[in-house]
Design a protein around this ligand. Structure first.
Ligand code: KIV
Ligand code: ZN
Length: 501
């Protein structure tokens, strides 16, 4: 068996997606989840971009033991120094240097001729190798570069010490056959290509990122750069879950290939990234979308009941989706709850199980059927990464057709109970204004969405909102069978996040 190395760039290229900013604690949690998932290399960030980014890369490098931790640098000393400092605490670290090689980038962005680019590429690789033996070089916009020039650059950087050469389709311009041929041509025309691993990095501007990556693998690439849920710059990067499951599902094509990914953790990690970035996964998204394993039409349902493979090419359990089967109810005990949580991939401390247990019992009193997604939502809501400064004690709203909405919210701050009253444009607005009065922080709501976690009249509602306060913007979620309570919980979580940044 030959292995395709999975290089995850959710924390670097993924985080570059507009509106997807993550705080250091959130990045660390994602890094742990990626490492547990079996990711070979985690690109943790671009350390020269800010002090905070450097610290975050260092924190990940210190904490993650089972994956290589990589940091990105332009082909300049200052960047490489910062990248080297970022990965210094890592058990296994990598520096990733990039420099554009396409005419359009060299002429307009870098304002440098080919000779100068060649010199910088070689010098930067040699310089970075002084800090780290594991060195990746990316000729940015490779797919739009002159091929003869690209091949010369690749040969030169390998001679200079690059151990992985990545061929980015930076603007998602390539087409699968063309991109596969490029990888084939690289193998045929670069004399020392066997001394490095060929990597691919595809963007999704034409919706071809995964197809291009797979075509490259068929032509000899052995590292794929990708992100969870396909998040990333503009239309995003190649989605990890789609690549991994394609390799696993189409054994007839990828017969001698495998990855290290524990596929049954995919759904859990997808939800985590969605929750922390605030990027909702489209229901029809392959592998991890809510509808990916749902069969609506009678003919399909009938087929699946007779023989699952008639309409299902992947077992939902293989990606950690346990369907919407009834899991637990009012009479389920703590042990059953804990077992189910473990099956869903959550390994919680006693204290965390206590918290989840309380919310579970409250929910079971209001809702007869508790589904896996309800449970996941409770866990995500309860197990916060940040120490909550403000906690919800209770609230009361008055609203109706002929009265103006008003609310009273009680919060706990350390050991003190504080309450505030306000009217508003609706009950949710009144609650938010009442919270602002209690906390003395004026929040500006930039986005607000409600989703039903599961089906039915008593479904758990999940509120996802984006809040700006104290010059910071954060995304937060809250869930409850009562959408006003879900909104209040999400708003308080957002405020706590802002206080923690
Ligand atoms: O898309 C791109 O070219 C990149 C490089 C930094 C690899 O993200
Ligand atoms: Zn990219």
């Amino acid at each position: 068996m030959d292995r395709v190395i999975i290089f995850d760039t959710t924390l670097r290229d993924g985080e570059q997606a507009p509106g997807a900013s993550l705080n250091p604690a959130e990045k660390l949690e994602i890094a742990h989840a990626l490492s547990d998932l079996g990711v070979d290399i985690i690109e943790a960030g671009f350390p020269v971009s800010s002090k905070g980014e450097l610290e975050s890369v260092k924190q990940i490098a210190r904490a993650v033991k089972n994956s290589v931790v990589c940091s990105l640098a332009r082909a300049v000393k200052e960047d490489i120094d910062a990248a080297a400092e970022g990965i210094k605490p890592a058990k296994r670290g990598r520096i990733h240097v990039f420099l554009a090689t396409s005419k359009i980038h060299m002429q307009y962005k870098l304002k440098k001729a080919g000779d100068e680019i060649m010199r910088l590429a070689v010098e930067s690789v040699k310089y970075a190798r002084k800090f780290c033996d594991d060195l990746e070089f990316s000729p940015e916009d490779a797919s739009r570069s002159d091929q003869a020039f690209l091949f010369r650059v690749v040969e030169a950087v390998i001679n200079a010490g690059a151990t992985t050469v990545n061929i980015p389709d930076t603007v998602g311009y390539a087409e699968p056959q063309e991109y596969g041929n490029l990888i084939g041509a690289l193998k045929a025309n670069v004399p020392n290509i066997d001394q490095a691993i060929i990597s691919v990095h595809c963007h999704n501007d034409l919706g071809l990122a995964v197809a291009n990556s797979l075509s490259a693998i068929r032509n000899g690439a052995r590292q794929v750069e990708c992100t969870i849920n396909g998040i990333g710059e503009r239309a995003g990067n190649a989605s990890m879950e789609e690549i991994v499951m394609s390799i696993k599902t189409r054994k007839d094509i990828f017969s001698d290939l495998e990855t290290n990914i524990k596929s049954n953790q995919i759904y859990k990690v997808s939800r985590l990234v969605s929750k922390l970035t605030g990027f909702v996964v489209a229901p029809n998204k392959a592998i991890v979308g809510a509808n990916a394993f749902r069969h609506e039409s009678g003919i399909h349902q009938d087929g699946v009941l007779k023989e699952r493979t008639t309409y299902e090419i992947i077992k939902p359990q293989d990606v950690g989706v346990f369907g919407s089967g009834l899991v637990l109810g009012k009479h389920s005990g703590r042990h059953a709850l804990n077992e189910r949580l473990k099956e869903l991939g959550f390994h919680l401390s006693h204290e965390q199980i206590d918290k989840v247990s309380v919310r579970f019992k409250e929910l079971a009193d209001k809702k007869k059927n508790i589904f896996d997604d309800d449970l996941i939502s409770i866990v995500e809501d309860e197990i916060k990464l940040i120490k909550p400064l403000w906690r919800l004690e209770g609230f009361q709203v008055t609203s109706g057709t002929h009265i103006s909405p008003s609310a009273e919210v009680k919060l706990k701050y350390r050991h003190k109970s504080l309450s505030g009253k306000s009217s508003g444009d609706g009950p949710v607005d009144a609650c938010f204004k009442a919270i602002d009065k209690v906390t003395g922080v004026k929040g500006e709501l930039q986005d607000y969405r409600i989703e039903a976690v599961t089906k039915g009249k008593d479904a758990l509602g999940e509120v996802i909102l984006k809040l700006k306060a104290k010059g910071r913007v954060v995304t937060a979620r809250g869930s409850s069978t009562d959408i006003i309570e879900a909104s209040v919980r999400a708003y308080i979580t957002a405020l706590n996040k802002i206080e923690s940044l």
